[in-house]
Design a protein around this ligand. Structure first.
Ligand code: AN0
Ligand code: CP
Length: 315
């Protein structure tokens, strides 16, 4: 593998999930693979899990890691070709990406959607310009439209926790006071479409994700109906896609409660974290034995590790 910018970069998702689960059982087996190699992790936004689990994954493979909070500590980057740089942006991506490539063997980028211009977000300006100008492989640590390391960790978690061959998995929208990106939901949908599952998306009207991503996945506007017989409830807030970046609804009607979980087939509760307790989900649900959010976050290490291993094997 060269870059990992989308779940579609994997040529076999199911096989990759199995390999990641094997790696989890022997995380230091490939310590020699990354010896003498360095990964630069560049953050244009905050992170807990992605930052620590990707570092841990790289270390398990014997790599050195360099982390930079680009958003607060780097020079403001210009991405436009031919820009006259006489305002606040100090450095062009053309130099920055080439310079960074000399310090590392892999570069990983987190750059969220800004949610104020759909076309600009969908152009994936930061990620794509790093791919264009860097001379090393690029890994997506959540871009404007996707979070494929999260989706792979989710696939690993579902594989480990499913008790029937074709589980019913429900992606449910839940309220949140701030406008959040679509990236996690998008990559989860793409990942689900590659699996043998009974997949349902539920959200209030007006919260439809990009139809080019949801394609023919089933959408059920009645959350309680969607929850019936579910084996996994995967919860995420996102802002409106149609009324791009807007928060249309914040009331607690869509919050995940114990009563709603009772409609399911004793479903496991999943969330990528960070999560706002008693806004997105009640304490009772997230603290219940059916909540697998901590295990899900642990799988971020093995998701990142299998991706870095595949990239290192190709260097
Ligand atoms: C981010 C999001 O919703 O995309 C990151 C999730 C992994 N969440 C927040 O900003 C709260
Ligand atoms: N799930 C996830 O990506 O978490 P962070 O934003 O803390 O990295």
């Amino acid at each position: 593998m060269k870059h990992y910018s989308s779940i579609y970069n994997l040529n076999n998702l199911q096989k990759t999930v199995k390999e990641a689960i094997e790696l989890k059982g022997k995380p230091l087996e490939y310590e020699a693979l990354g010896k003498g190699k360095t990964i630069c992790l560049l953050f244009f936004n905050n992170s807990l899990r992605t930052r620590l689990s990707t570092q841990k994954a790289a270390q398990n493979l014997g790599m050195q890691t360099i982390v930079m909070n680009f958003g607060s500590e780097g020079w403001q980057l210009e991405f436009e070709d031919g820009a006259v740089m006489n305002e606040h942006k100090s450095e062009h991506i053309k130099e920055a990406a080439k310079v960074i490539s000399q310090y590392c063997d892999i570069v990983a980028i987190r750059a969220f959607a800004l949610l104020n211009n759909k076309e600009k977000d969908e152009a994936e300006i930061v990620l794509n310009n790093f791919k264009k100008y860097a001379s090393v492989p690029v890994v997506n640590m959540e871009s404007a439209i996707g979070h494929p390391l999260q989706a792979l960790a989710d696939a690993i978690t579902i594989e480990e926790n499913k008790i029937i061959n074709k589980p019913k998995v429900v992606l449910s929208w839940a309220p949140h006071p701030k406008a959040l990106p679509h990236a996690v939901a998008n990559s989860f949908v793409e990942m689900m479409q590659l699996q043998d599952v009974d997949f349902v998306i539920t959200h209030p009207e007006g919260y439809e994700l990009n139809p080019e991503i949801t394609k023919n996945s089933m959408i059920e506007y009645n959350q309680e109906k969607a929850f019936e017989n579910a084996d996994f409830i995967y919860v995420k807030n996102w802002s409106s896609y149609k009324e791009y970046g807007q928060v249309l609804k914040t009331d607690s009607e869509w919050m995940i409660t114990a009563n709603k979980m009772k409609l399911t087939n004793n479903a496991k509760f999943m969330h990528c974290l960070p999560v706002r307790r008693n806004v997105v989900v009640t304490d009772e649900v997230i603290d219940s034995k059916n909540s697998i959010v901590i295990e899900q976050a642990n799988n971020r290490t093995y998701s990142a590790q299998i991706i870095l291993k595949k990239i290192l094997e190709n260097l």
